[in-house]
Design a protein. Structure first.
Length: 133
């Protein structure tokens, strides 16, 4: 009886096994033929990559207020989160809720503030450092 059950199980699952084996077959290179560079332009993808990397040179990126924006937003929302966590606490020791709400608020607000601050370029004509009198 066990042998018969095993044979039935193998016969019934063989189409499923065959289908999954075909689905996991290696992809032939012909499927990616349109993605290859044309033979008339050898090395074209490397030239395009070099051109794109030269345009994205990090020394050419203008300075922005992303850090200041992130810190200001994290500070404001962190304080508001601490107040909310303390006010929502029911029991006597509210330190855990206060810290948790504050940290959660800062984690959400820093990226948002950094994105906003990153939209404002720093003025490059003013020298960095404290003003001299």
């Amino acid at each position: 009886m066990r042998t018969l059950t095993l044979v039935y199980a193998l016969v019934l699952t063989s189409p499923v096994l065959a289908t999954s084996a075909v689905a996991q077959a290696p992809v032939r290179a012909a499927a990616f033929a349109p993605l290859r560079a044309s033979p008339a332009l050898p090395g074209a993808p490397n030239q395009q990559l070099r051109l794109a990397l030269s345009r994205a040179d990090s020394s050419q990126v203008r300075p922005t207020y992303w850090l200041e924006g992130g810190l200001v937003a994290a500070g404001i929302v962190g304080v508001l989160g601490a107040v909310a966590g303390h006010n929502l606490c029911d029991h006597g020791n509210c330190l855990g809720a206060t810290v948790a709400f504050s940290v959660l608020g800062m984690m959400v607000a820093f990226p948002a503030g950094a994105l906003v601050g990153g939209q404002f370029p720093k003025d490059s004509s003013t020298p960095a450092g404290p003003p001299s009198h």
